[in-house]
Write a protein that binds this ligand. Sequence first.
Ligand code: SF4
Ligand code: F3S
Length: 104
Amino acid sequence: TFVVTDACIRCKYMDCIEVCPTDSFREGANMLVIDPDNCIDCAICVPECPANAILPDTDVGASQWIGINATHAASWPEITRKRDSPVDADAWRGVPDKFARHFS
Ligand code: SF4
Ligand code: F3S
């Protein structure tokens, strides 16, 4: 499956939602996650993310995010329509380790 990682936090561009054929994205306050039970591994969303936040679960950078995506996908609501990103999204793009301070 694919997972959303740290780079999404406070960027939340939501371009990923528009292309997912299985509506697998779930919305938290500061980021999205992918429901692993829904994702069909098509990889279409990967190049759509301006923050390069979506990784295959086999990527070393995805390891801590597999559980986070699975856990929160169970309770966060489905999101199928792109809205406006946070006004300061571009300022957070590329900032490392956002998880510790800004995850929600
Ligand atoms: Fe959706 Fe495909 Fe991305 Fe999985 S890999 S979240 S099915 S677009
Ligand atoms: Fe996040 Fe990228 Fe989607 S920043 S909301 S994973 S387009």
